[in-house]
Design a protein around this ligand. Structure first.
Ligand code: G3P
Ligand code: CA
Length: 220
């Protein structure tokens, strides 16, 4: 079970509190979203501040220092990726979703300081093939996850080019044929976002390798 934006059903999304909550609930992995601001990778889903913080407008109009004064819910700051790497090290796997331009290069610099053993428990995913291509060209050891929205055929082709570890499919688009095709190509299949028991059971039957859930409680 992969906690989506930490455990966003239980705590403000993409905060350290949300990540701690996912760990407490028993998630094996947590997923977070990152943007680059002022050369810092910060953990937030939108390119605007309005929905998840007490700030207003585009991230790009703020300095890193200003962003760190904002409240992301329950008094939580918008975390840095560095903070998330520290909290998750040796405790839970980490799926870093690259959301904006320039994130790949900054990520690879940050990962240079991360021990190899921790890197084994990190997957870098994105809908942005330019960013994933940059990750691949800068460090081939990084596990890449290709995010697929509607065009799974294309995503599978990209996964081949980038020697990806996994493909991440939208729940509504998952079929047995796609799961088997991905598995035949050696790709793990993770599905977003799966929150109800009937869908969880259906994904188990299709043999997917993991699901993203807003409430990552392991199901027996
Ligand atoms: O990585 C799976 C999922 O998080 C992708 O969609 O919009 O929640 O980032 P979104
Ligand atoms: Ca995400």
């Amino acid at each position: 079970m992969i906690g989506h934006r930490g455990a966003m059903a239980c705590a403000p999304e993409n905060t350290l509190l949300s990540i701690h909550k996912a760990i407490e609930l028993g998630a094996d992995w947590v997923e977070i979203d990152v943007y680059l601001v002022d050369e810092h990778l910060i953990v937030i889903h939108d390119e605007t501040l309005d929905r998840t913080t007490n700030g207003r407008g585009q991230l790009a109009n703020y300095t890193f220092k200003e962003i760190r004064t904002l409240d992301a819910g329950l008094g939580q700051k918008i975390p840095t990726l560095q903070e998330v790497l520290e909290v998750t090290a040796g405790v839970v796997g980490l799926n870093i979703e690259l959301k904006g331009n320039g994130t790949a290069k900054a990520l690879i610099s940050l990962l240079e300081k991360v021990p190899e053993i921790q890197k084994q428990n990190i997957i870098v995913s994105s809908f942005l093939m330019a960013e994933l291509t940059e990750v691949f060209s800068l460090d081939r050891r990084v596990k890449i996850g290709v995010l697929a929205a509607e065009n799974i055929q294309d995503a599978i082709a990209w996964a081949g080019k980038l020697k990806a570890f996994s493909i991440h499919l939208r729940l509504q688009n998952v079929t047995l044929e796609w799961v088997e095709r991905a598995h035949d190509l050696g790709l793990k299949v993770y599905v977003y976002t799966v929150n109800n028991l009937a869908d969880i059971r259906r994904m188990e039957q299709l043999g997917v390798d993991g699901i993203f859930s807003d409430n990552p409680v392991p199901i027996g």
